[in-house]
Design a protein around this ligand. Structure first.
Ligand SMILES: [Ca+2]
Ligand SMILES: [Ca+2]
Length: 276
């Protein structure tokens, strides 16, 4: 199939940036003490959803959102899967299930359901951004149940709308789908397992931009890719929940047959409307 230049061209940029490490939630002034753990509590008001997983109860991380939208969060699990609190910086991160090649597999996904009458997680035709920090295990796929790593999403591939961040075959990709079509952006290089990264995906009209920031020994390295195409309206008419670390159905249950369980650690999950 011959693609027009607009659709075929993926632009790529890489910069070595200290500012990039602060992520979208940093409320601290400039300085050398910046880390991958942004001070979410001071800047959370601009986010509809923000999960920093700081705090724990009986080994489970605190899953309350410091964003402005009312949500209820919980863990959907299958076959005894768990989400475990692990230390990260001064706080905690969510440790998701390690890869399980058996069927049924031990699966666990964080589910966030919108509460109230409105739906701030349906951006319609408006611009929005979403993202998370992650640290992927060396082994994270290779079974029929788990052939990828879904980091954060709303909606499934077949739904009338979807936004999704995933790491398949080591490469981060972002998919935004609406009434007019779907745009997917995929990183041109694989992430390092065992290293913290921060990713975000931005929908700006018909453009989708993916930014991957890797923490290296020489400092943070930010790389970005963009892709364009018709997207249209993200209505989410079935009002599905959002999920962190795997696929869930409209009821919030883990999709056991094809979970794409994320295997590793996750932190600082966010969704934010920019306009609309
Ligand atoms: Ca945290
Ligand atoms: Ca996986």
């Amino acid at each position: 199939m011959r693609l027009t230049p607009l659709f075929a061209a993926t632009t790529f940029t890489a910069v070595l940036s200290t500012a990039a490490l602060t992520g979208p939630a940093s409320g601290s002034p400039g300085g050398v003490a910046r880390s991958l753990e942004p001070s979410a509590r001071t800047a959370a008001s601009s986010y509809d959803l923000y999960l920093d997983f700081n705090g724990s109860n009986a080994g489970t991380p605190d899953m309350s959102s410091s964003g402005s939208a009312p949500v209820s969060t919980s863990v959907a699990s299958s076959d005894g899967g768990r989400v475990v609190a692990v230390s990260k910086g001064a706080g905690q991160a969510a440790r998701m299930e390690p890869f399980d090649p058996e069927t049924p597999a031990e699966l666990a996904v964080v589910v966030a359901r919108p509460e109230g009458n409105g739906d701030p997680f349906a951006p319609r035709t408006g611009d929005f951004a979403f993202g998370a920090s992650f640290n992927l295990d060396p082994r994270s796929q290779g079974s029929s149940v788990d052939n990828g790593n879904n980091l954060f999403q709303r909606g499934l591939y077949s739904d009338d709308a979807q936004y999704k961040l995933q790491i398949d075959d080591g490469r981060v990709s972002c998919r935004v789908a609406g009434s007019s079509g779907a745009v997917q952006v995929k990183a041109s290089r694989a992430v390092r397992s065992g290293a913290w990264h921060r990713v975000r995906c931005l929908r700006d009209s018909n453009v989708v931009k993916l930014v991957v920031v890797e923490l290296t020994a020489d400092g943070p390295v930010s790389r970005s890719w963009t892709q364009s195409g018709p997207i249209g309206d993200l209505a989410f008419s079935a009002r599905p929940p959002l999920s962190v670390g795997g696929k869930v159905d409209r009821t919030g249950a883990v999709v056991k047959s094809s979970s794409d369980q994320f295997n590793g650690r996750v932190d600082n999950v966010f969704f934010r409307r920019i306009s609309g």
